[in-house]
Structure formats: C-alpha cells, structure tokens
Design a protein around this ligand. Structure first.
Ligand SMILES: Nc1ncnc2c1ncn2[C@@H]1O[C@H](COP(=O)(O)OP(=O)(O)OP(=O)(O)O)[C@@H](O)[C@H]1O
Ligand SMILES: [Mg+2]
Length: 282
C-alpha cells in the first residue's frame, strides 16, 4: 500500500504531489567529535507511511529526527522534507517548514508551569494569528483525539506518565501537521499504557494519513502497528485479518554501526536471513 519510491529529482519538482515522499535521506553522514554516527544512510518515508526506526542506544535514532527538523546539519548528503532540501534552507524557511511537522519528544517535554490547555495550545499561540475561540476549539479537538479532554485545566504534575505522553501527542497534532516525528513514545511505559499510545499512532496513520518517523526500542510495538488498523466506526484499533497482515503503510528501518541494515515491511523483515536481524527479531 505504500507509494512507490520515486526519484528525488521528481520529488523536488512536485513537492505537492501526493506520491512524492514526505522525507528522503540521501547518503547522509554525520559525526560528533570525529565519531561517525550516521555513515551515508539513505531511505524514503512515503506520504502516509509510518516508519519505525530501531537500533541500539547511541545508534543515531534521535539524530535522524533532529536532522529531519533541520536542528542539525549533516556533514554530507541531502535531506528532503516535503520536497525541500533542509540542508540548504535558511532559518526562516526552516521555521515555516517546521510548522508542518509535529514532534513528540523522548520525555514528553511538557512545560510543568503551564496547564494542559496551555501546553497543547503552545504552537498555536506562537503562530500569533489564531483567534482565542479557534485555539480553544483546536485544543479540545486534539485532547479529544487522545481522550483527555477532562484534563484541560490540569497541570502535567497531576497526570500519569501515559497521560503526559498523550498530552504530548495532542500538542504535536494540534497544528494538523503533515509529518509527525515520535521519539520513543512508549519508552518507560507499562505494556497496557503503551498500547494506548500505539493505538493513537495507528489512528493518526489511518484516519489522518499523517507521515511519521517513530523511534522505538520495542519491536513488538511496531509489529502491533503493522498488524492492526484503526476502525473509525468502532473508534478503536482492530487486528487485520490474517490474510491482510502487514497491509498497512508501516515500514521498519534498522540501524547498525552508522548504516541502514534493513529498510522494508513486516513481511520482508520476517524473511530476512541477516543473522543480526534474526537475533534482533527473535
Ligand atoms: N549534539 C551532539 N553532540 C555530540 N554528540 C552527540 C550529539 N547528539 C548526539 N550525539 C552522539 O551521537 C550518538 C547518537 O545519538 P542519538 O541521540 O541519535 O542516539 P539514539 O539512537 O537516539 O540513542 P537512545 O536510544 O539512547 O535514545 C551518541 O553517541 C551521542 O552521544
Ligand atoms: Mg534517542
């Protein structure tokens, strides 16, 4: 179901084209203090696809998200986001581009002194031209998406870890971004709470067709995303029938020693003969 990859040249010409990738990494390298972290990596994130990124601690997962936002510049290579080369954009152009991207940080990163409403509304306040009524409507809508409307006047300290993650997701989606970058959204959560977060990611993918990169340590989470779809009528995530497993736009990317050692769907992953990957998925 994922859109076929198309050459970067045509992605550049038609950034509005629905079939052009949301994100393209082309031979991207970056080193910190001469230690190479990413060593010539290339991959595509198709429009509407959610791609899970795996790799041991320090393998460069968060770095990929920061590069996509233009917060870091690669030493080499090109990164196209919605058709624009972020390695060559001015700060002002980057600022505009970032408005189309929602970010869910590794530790939720909510502002403790602000209410849930103010946290979720933050990017809308920043826009400066959204009316108060419109802000309230969109905050309510985003909170209702994560089923936390009742927390609107509470402070982050009054919420559980899982609720804070859901508020962080509401904050990321309030601007209705075309791309969402999730950094370990289920990290440190119990399996049941993790599942509520996974369901939100699947809902975002299947209802809003948002393109996403999702860093996670848990392969199981990504398998769940590959084998479930969001049923709008029932308003819940449901397992795909056995014959349709993996028939959702869900990709897997595995990093090792600065390289991409796997980039494909759940079926290709299951069939991989690579020893490291076999061990990884066993
Ligand atoms: N701004 C920076 N300055 C120096 N070194 C950095 C910087 N950002 C990342 N690194 C280094 O780059 C490597 C990759 O970091 P990154 O945060 O991308 O890892 P990660 O895969 O997200 O790890 P984790 O699973 O622990 O979150 C690490 O060795 C880290 O120390
Ligand atoms: Mg990280």
């Amino acid at each position: 179901m994922t859109a076929p990859p198309i050459p970067v040249e045509s992605a550049l010409k038609s950034s509005q084209d629905a079939s052009s990738p949301a994100i393209v990494f082309e031979q991207v390298s970056i080193a910190f203090e001469r230690k190479p972290v990413l060593d010539g990596i290339s991959f595509h994130l198709a429009k509407g696809e959610t791609k899970a990124i795996f790799g041991v601690a320090g393998s460069g997962k968060s770095t990929i998200l920061k590069l996509s936002l233009g917060l870091l510049k690669p030493d080499d290579g090109h990164i196209y986001v919605l058709g624009e080369d972020v390695t060559e954009l001015s700060e002002e152009a980057l600022f505009d581009l970032r408005r189309k991207i929602g970010m869910v940080f590794q530790e939720s990163a909510l502002f403790d002194s602000l209410t849930v409403r103010e946290n979720v509304a933050f990017r809308l306040f920043e826009e400066g031209n959204v009316s108060e009524d419109e802000i309230e409507r969109r905050v309510r809508e985003a909170l209702s998406f994560v089923e936390l409307e009742h927390t609107v006047d509470m402070f982050p300290s009054e919420l559980s870890g899982g609720m804070r993650r859901r508020v962080a997701i509401a904050r990321a989606i309030v601007t209705q971004p075309e791309i969402i970058l999730y950094d370990s959204p289920t990290g440190g959560l119990d399996p049941v709470t993790s599942n509520t977060i996974i369901e939100l990611v699947v809902k975002q993918r299947d209802v809003y067709k948002t393109s996403s990169l999702l860093v996670t340590h848990r392969l199981q989470d990504a398998f769940t995303m590959a084998n479930h779809y969001f049923d709008r009528k029932a308003n819940q995530m449901k397992p795909l029938p056995p014959g349709a497993r993996g028939e959702v736009p869900m990709g897997f990317l595995i990093l090792r020693d600065g390289k991409v050692i796997f980039d494909g769907d759940v079926h290709e992953l299951a069939q991989s003969k690579d020893e490291y990957i076999r061990e990884y998925i066993s």
